[in-house]
Design a protein around this ligand. Structure first.
Ligand code: ADP
Ligand code: MG
Length: 255
């Protein structure tokens, strides 16, 4: 719905965002926006700056330069107000391993001030098909189960914007498909804006309304998957990805 997109304030607006770690510019003058209700794919090779961008959007790390607005609020000055309305999950977050899945989720539900936490937790466990693991310590779960528990945690506060860093990375194809379906359902029913990273280009084609390819912290292609394909004169995002990954950046120093 391109005509309504302009009328609604962007859920996320990033201008000139830069993050340096010593000599490395992990994110290098990045500008983009994400419309409300969109599923937005942040793509690119390992080390492109995807995780750092998500951390900057969440205020987990401070930018070297640039401006981040989420839901019309400024990061970092409105950080707490933003964090109440967003959530995130990463394949690499660890939950206290001696607590059970349910205990872990109850702790987060308490932190988020969830009303009727029991019902909420049960519904999310069901949605992501991990009800069977509710009584087990998180330390005893497979990485796929842990990923799904992290997704339950990410939806506890009914976030308006959700940041997912490689949510399907450790899932088998069947469970990955179920997670995609659950994410689409939550997007359709609640209009959640989702920013997510993945290396699975087929999944990205199915799920994303819009994508942004990063290389060396810079935007190198963006648009709807079909726009990106048309511009690259390609019929597969996988080929676009490989071409981007193999491109040498002009700014790369001579050795
Ligand atoms: N805390 C850090 N300290 C130093 N360098 C970092 C740190 N975090 C990320 N980097 C570097 O920034 C670049 C981008 O990393 P990252 O955002 O994790 O990429 P991606 O998620 O796309 O794989 C890489 O070169 C990485 O080594
Ligand atoms: Mg990453």
């Amino acid at each position: 719905m391109p005509e309504t997109r302009a009328a609604i304030e962007a859920a996320i607006a990033v201008t000139g965002l830069t993050k340096r770690f010593g000599d490395v510019a992990a994110v290098d003058g990045l500008s983009f926006s994400v419309a409300s209700g969109e599923i937005f794919g942040l793509l690119g090779p390992n080390g492109a700056g995807k995780t750092t961008t998500i951390q900057l959007l969440l205020g987990l790390t401070t930018p070297t330069a640039g401006d981040v607005r989420v839901l019309g609020l400024s990061m970092p000055s409105d950080r707490l107000a933003i964090l109440q309305r967003v959530n995130f999950s990463s394949a690499y977050i660890s939950l206290p391993s001696n607590l059970t899945v349910r205990q872990n989720l109850r702790v987060f539900a308490g932190l988020y001030g969830v009303r009727r936490p029991q019902a909420k937790i049960d519904a999310l466990l069901e949605l992501f098909e991990v009800s069977d693991s509710a009584g087990r310590p998180t330390g005893a779960l497979s990485s796929g189960q842990l990923t799904r528990v992290n997704l339950c945690k990410a939806f506890l506060n009914d976030p308006e914007v959700l940041f997912l860093d490689e949510p399907t990375a450790s899932l088998d194809p069947d469970i990955a498909d179920k997670v995609r379906t659950a994410l689409q359902k939550l997007q359709r029913e609640r209009g959640v804006t989702i920013v997510y990273t993945s290396h699975n280009m087929r999944e990205v084609e199915v799920l994303c309304d819009r994508v942004l390819f990063l290389a060396h912290g810079r935007a190198v292609a963006d648009g709807s998957p079909s726009e990106v394909l048309a511009r690259a004169r390609s019929d597969s995002l996988e080929d676009v990805f490989i071409a981007i990954a193999r491109e040498k950046t002009p700014a790369e120093p001579e050795r």
